[in-house]
Structures are given as structure tokens and as C-alpha cells.
Write a protein that binds this ligand. Structure first.
Ligand code: PEP
Length: 260
């Protein structure tokens, strides 16, 4: 059985105060939920990805809480003359257990190529401490309209598989995020999302059945408490990567409830 993961991508939002409020608020609410349902442990995992400068504060707050911390991006290099970049050893030291790789905003706004994404993913695989890569894939609106969704997603996956082999994806997380649904308020229907998730799983399973079956595949794109339950009830959707709705305790916890 795959565990659910509910992940918040704060993007370039927040400060020290918001980080404290969100992390303490989420943990207070979810632990109450766990108590009410008499669960000793949460039935799903929670991840928050604050901006890089807030990772240390977030990591310290979350240390004894059932919340993992992730970075939104990382350099493929370990150290060196790369002004403005942060490395895997740095984020690991801040308490990060995950890192987003190839988010569509990185691809679009910062011109990250499939090759760049593959190099970052490979750096995670080769890193001696565990930082789980969350590989984001997804098509633009025009690519969907031209019937190229599977082609694009497969190309993005292949770049990583070519770099690290299918074994390199073992333990990684994939987030399917149709670009047209990110921050637009427009969500893929549960059926549309499920179809792409099933395609991704079949692609992985075709290379290694076990890896295909155990890989967590998250859906991202305007997930809210009102649509999370339907999305999460699809057989190949194992949780969500949440942008806007992860910026309030109420919004994020409402989505966590759907993962119960
Ligand atoms: C995201 O940033 O990954 C995302 C899915 O954003 P939103 O939920 O706001 O669409």
C-alpha cells in the first residue's frame, strides 16, 4: 500500500512569522484530527516546502513534529562558484528530507531544461544523505490541446530515467502538475488526472513492476479542500502538491483531511 503525501509548495511567500504560524497551526490541527480518530500516527505524510531562506527556521520547528520539510529547488553541484545557488548538503543540514525538482515555474520562468532537471535529480540520487526528489512533470495548455500530454510527460520522465536508470527513481516521488492548472483555479478533472497518473505508473511499471507500484504520484494544480477528496479517491493519485491553498492552515489542513 502506498502512503499518501500532502505537500505544500509555498513558492516565494512567507517570512519567519508565517512559517511559525503555518507549521504550528498545521501540526496542532492534524494532531487533533489524529486524536479524534484515535490514530496514534497519521495515516499520511505531510511535507511543506518554504523558500530557501526559511528552511532553517522551518526545519528547527518541524524537528519533533509529524511534518517534513523540503526545498523548492537545489543546485546539481555540491559546492563552488555558483552565486545564488544552494546545494544538497546545505538543504540537508537545514533539515530537508525532500526537494522539488523541475517545478513548471523553474522550467518556464528560469528556463530549466529536461537536462537541467535530470542533473538535479541525479545529484539527489548520488547524494550520500537522503533527500527525496519530487520530480514535477506536466504539459502546457497548448500541448494538451494538441493531444501531446503523454508525449510531453514521457519526454520529461525519460530525461531523468536516461540519467539515473529506473532504479534511480526508486523511493522518489513524482508530481503530475498540468501547467494550465497551476495557480489558475482550473483543476484537472479527477478522470483527466487519473488518466495521466495511470500512464506514468504504467511507464514506470513497464521498466520495473515494483517501482511502478510503489512510487507515490501526487497531483498538483489548484487543489483545494473542495476538490481534494474526489482527486484523492482516484486509484493512482497518492496525494497532492499544493500551491496557493498551502498558505493558510485552514486551506492546507482541509486538504489533509481528504487524505485521511
Ligand atoms: C504548485 O505550485 O505546485 C501548485 C500546484 O500551485 P496551485 O495549487 O496554486 O495551483
Amino acid at each position: 500500500m502506498r502512503r499518501f503525501l500532502v505537500a505544500g509548495n509555498w513558492k516565494m511567500h512567507g517570512g519567519l512569522e508565517m512559517t511559525t504560524e503555518l507549521i504550528s497551526g498545521i501540526s496542532r490541527e492534524v494532531l487533533n484530527m489524529a486524536t479524534i480518530s484515535e490514530q496514534r500516527e497519521l495515516a499520511y505524510d505531510i511535507l511543506v516546502c518554504p523558500p530557501a531562506v526559511l528552511l532553517q527556521h522551518a526545519g528547527a520547528l518541524a524537528k519533533s513534529l509529524p511534518i517534513s520539510i523540503g526545498a523548492q529547488n537545489v543546485s546539481p553541484h555540491t559546492s563552488g562558484a555558483f552565486t545564488g545557488e544552494v546545494s544538497l548538503p546545505m538543504i540537508a543540514e537545514m533539515g530537508c528530507e525532500y526537494v522539488l525538482i523541475g517545478h513548471s515555474e523553474r522550467r518556464e520562468l528560469f528556463h530549466e531544461t529536461d537536462q537541467d532537471t535530470a542533473e538535479k535529480f541525479a545529484a539527489c540520487v548520488n547524494f550520500d544523505k537522503s533527500v527525496v526528489p519530487v520530480l514535477c512533470v506536466g504539459e502546457s495548455l497548448s500541448e494538451r490541446q494538441q493531444g501531446q500530454t503523454e508525449l510531453v510527460v514521457e519526454r520529461q520522465l525519460n530525461a531523468v530515467i536516461d540519467a539515473v536508470g529506473i532504479q534511480g527513481l526508486d523511493g522518489a516521488v513524482i508530481a503530475y502538475e498540468p501547467v494550465w492548472a497551476i495557480g489558475t483555479g482550473e483543476t484537472a478533472s479527477p478522470e483527466q488526472a487519473q488518466a495521466v497518473h495511470a500512464f506514468i505508473r504504467a511507464k514506470l511499471a513497464g521498466l520495473d513492476e515494483n517501482i511502478g507500484q510503489r512510487t507515490q504520484i501526487l497531483y498538483g494544480g489548484s487543489v483545494k479542500s473542495g476538490n481534494a477528496e474526489q482527486l484523492f479517491s482516484q486509484p493512482d493519485i497518492d496525494g497532492g502538491l499544493i500551491g496557493g491553498a498551502s498558505l493558510t492552515v485552514e486551506g492546507f489542513v482541509g486538504i489533509c483531511r481528504a487524505a485521511q
